[in-house]
Design a binder for this molecule. Structure first.
Ligand code: GLN
Length: 201
């Protein structure tokens, strides 16, 4: 669908680094709006699920009656981008969640929570992503998950060099990164997502 104006992209504003995603979406040429309630989902062309803490996101999404509406919209084609905790929320399967922890799902992958371990809780590294022009991307990892297994429909966009683990994936209109592009000034991941929302990639 061609867009004559900038797409309207919601940022799930239950918890996490919401403001940083709003800024990054602005810079990538989208209009950003905060989404907390199911009816606010109706008007958006795409959704960002921020980094933060997936157990809190899950609990708040349950309290705000967002689990089912979001599951449904993600399974019927709403474009979404999840960073870190947001990647966890987009995973069909989760390892090392807390008891009972649920995700929205959408991407046919198994994600391991807090995968990089205590010693390397947080770190930065350069990552080359498939089909991304320009220099490697500076990636910020904070108690990050990795993708342990991905189904045939999932496109692997990149792995970290240290552990050789998958840290960026795409399945149709769903994009997920273990790291936080919203915490750097490199706009390329958000630009990619805006292009996905526009249907131009
Ligand atoms: N470890 C967090 C979780 O389980 C994710 C951390 C992050 O988003 N920076 O949700």
């Amino acid at each position: 669908m061609p867009y004559s104006q900038a797409p309207l992209i919601g940022v799930l504003a239950l918890q996490g680094d919401v403001r940083e995603h709003v800024r990054a979406l602005d810079e990538a040429g989208a209009r950003a709006t905060l989404v907390r309630r199911p009816d606010e989902l109706e008007s958006v062309d795409g959704l960002v699920i921020p980094g933060g803490e997936s157990t809190t996101l899950w609990r708040l999404a349950t309290a705000f009656d967002m689990m089912e509406p979001l599951r449904k919209m993600l399974s019927t084609g709403l474009p979404a981008f999840g960073s870190c905790a947001g990647m966890i929320m987009l995973a069909d399967r989760l390892v090392d969640g807390v008891p009972g922890q649920q995700t929205f799902g959408g991407i046919d992958m198994t994600v391991r929570r807090n995968a990089f371990g205590r010693q390397v809780d947080s770190f930065e590294s350069d990552i080359s992503l498939t089909s991304m022009a320009g220099p490697p991307l500076r990636a910020v990892f904070i108690r990050a998950p990795w993708v342990e297994q991905a189904g045939d429909e999932v496109e692997i966009l990149g792995a970290d060099e240290r552990a050789g683990r998958i840290v960026a994936v795409r399945q149709g209109p769903l994009l997920a990164t273990s790291f936080h592009p919203e915490l750097t000034s490199d706009p390329r991941i958000h630009e990619l997502f805006v292009d996905i929302v526009k249907g131009s990639t």
